[in-house]
Design a protein around this ligand. Structure first.
Ligand code: PLP
Length: 457
């Protein structure tokens, strides 16, 4: 493909993408396939001779599309949203073209500098305390990670180094391995599995803090565990708080937990992977109160802020603490271009409107559930996630979800809350409208009617 063909094919691809997204709701949201479907559709080896572009593009519909779960369909309500917008996609094309590997300032100054400024812009949109903003003289600042999981790992590794140094200043004779074997980290029993994985990789103990009846960590529980561990000769060094837990979008009580972490010399990291985007709206910003006590904070613009994957924004108060751990890989893509295009083309007001619209849609779905006495809401609806279930056994709810998945008209995933099987309905696609919510609910109630009829026979 030379430049002339690239111009032609590139334009065709833009048309294909626009058609795909404009017509996405006509496709079944979830594929109807068995695992291993793809291998039989393509050769076992790469071609020896070049093939034509036409042949490849034909295979996109034959091989790829039947196996795609359409995350950007307005009937997709599973997991959490994956952000998608046209400005981000266009910026990603440019990122591909520049194709730099920005591992140092000299490796591509614009890549390093735009990232620093975009993280400042975003930090200011969230009204992060000044100490997290790099500016020209700040000691804190932000960095783009690939995922929230990486941000958690990096914060844990930084906290581990800091803890070892601190113990050795008091007792120079203590070896690093002796200290490491005593370090203990904490997180909520509702935290994402990536937090536990960070402790596994970091080779430190991690204890799960039980949550209250709203699935949030309170100070008293953490304090009790820290005291027990100190009495047993362990060294508490790290707490990962969650704002917007994966199962139910619960919020740990930062304003209580932060001062405790500071008193105990424990690094506090905040994982707000999904919920973080909402803090650009003044009405949701109080959920972030207490961030001033944190050492690091992270959320995924690639979830809910219209910046396509991958873009996970992480800030630290003291850059010096993580200089050795800015990121896991050496290479960095020019990901801040996506932020720059999105922030400029939507403006803060446009981004706020997106969040508010999706929260309103979640509230609309919540009202539909509440109005039907066969169902119950299982956790407070704060943002764009509704946890609900049929009043009745776990098996009944499992069967309902099985039928929903099989119908391929809408897509949801479950969670466990207090041992109960719960359905999660997350507002995901940028193009979801009220009529999609109404239709989804109609579909759920139709399947429920059939299920309950069968159950009563
Ligand atoms: N933390 C929370 C609270 C999440 O909900 C998720 C994913 O949904 C993650 C972390 C993992 O995110 P990532 O895929 O960016 O690592």
């Amino acid at each position: 493909m030379d430049a002339a063909e690239f111009r032609r094919r590139g334009k065709e691809m833009v048309d294909y993408v626009a058609d795909y997204l404009e017509n996405i709701e006509k496709r079944p949201v979830y594929p109807d396939l068995e695992p291993g479907y793809l291998r039989s559709l393509i050769p076992n080896e790469a071609p020896l001779e070049p093939e034509s572009y036409e042949d490849i593009i034909k295979d996109v519909e034959r091989v790829i599309m039947p196996g795609v779960t359409h995350w950007h369909s307005p009937y997709f309500f599973a997991y959490f949203p994956a952000a998608s917008s046209y400005p981000a996609m266009v910026a990603d094309m440019l990122c591909g073209a520049i194709g730099c590997i920005g591992f140092s300032w000299a490796a591509s100054p614009a890549c390093t500098e735009l990232e620093t400024v975009m993280l400042d812009w975003l930090g200011k949109m969230l009204q992060l305390p000044e100490c997290f903003i790099a500016g020209t003289h700040g000691r804190g600042g932000g960095v783009i990670q690939g995922t929230a999981s990486e941000a958690t790992l990096i914060s844990l590794l930084a906290a581990r180094c800091k803890a070892v140094r601190r113990v050795q200043t008091i007792n120079a004779k203590k070896s690093e391995s002796e200290i490491l074997s005593k370090l203990v980290a904490y997180t909520s029993d509702q935290a994402h599995s990536s937090v536990e994985r960070a402790a596994l990789i970091g080779a430190v103990m991690m204890r799960k803090v039980p949550t209250d009846n709203r699935y949030a960590v309170r100070k008293e529980m953490l304090k009790k565990m820290v005291e027990e561990d100190k009495a047993a000769g362990l060294i508490p060094f790290y707490f990962c708080a969650t704002l917007g837990t994966t199962p139910s979008c619960a919020f740990d009580h930062l304003t209580e937990l932060g001062p405790l972490c500071n008193e105990e010399n424990m690094w506090m990291h905040i994982d707000a992977a999904y919920a973080g985007s909402a803090f650009i709206c003044p009405e949701f910003r109080p959920l972030l109160n207490g961030v001033e006590f944190a050492d690091s904070f992270n959320f995924n613009p690639h979830k809910w802020l219209l910046v396509n994957f991958d873009c996970s924004a992480m800030w630290v108060k003291e850059r010096a603490d993580i200089i050795g751990h800015w990121q896991i890989p050496l290479g960095r893509r020019f990901r801040s271009l996506k932020m720059w295009f999105v922030f400029r083309m939507y403006g803060l007001k446009g981004l706020q409107a997106h969040i508010r619209k999706q929260v309103a849609l979640a509230k609309e779905f919540e009202s539909l559930v509440r109005a039907d006495k066969r169902f119950e809401i299982c956790a407070e609806v704060v943002l764009g996630l509704v946890c609900f279930r049929l009043k009745g056994s776990n098996e009944l709810n499992q069967e309902l979800l099985k039928r929903i998945t099989k119908s391929r008209e809408i897509h949801l995933v479950p969670c466990q809350l207090s041992g109960r099987f719960v359905l999660r309905f997350a507002i995901c696609a940028r193009t979801t409208e009220s009529h999609h919510i109404q239709q989804a609910w109609q579909h759920i109630t139709q399947l429920t009617f059939e299920l309950l009829q069968e159950a009563s026979h």
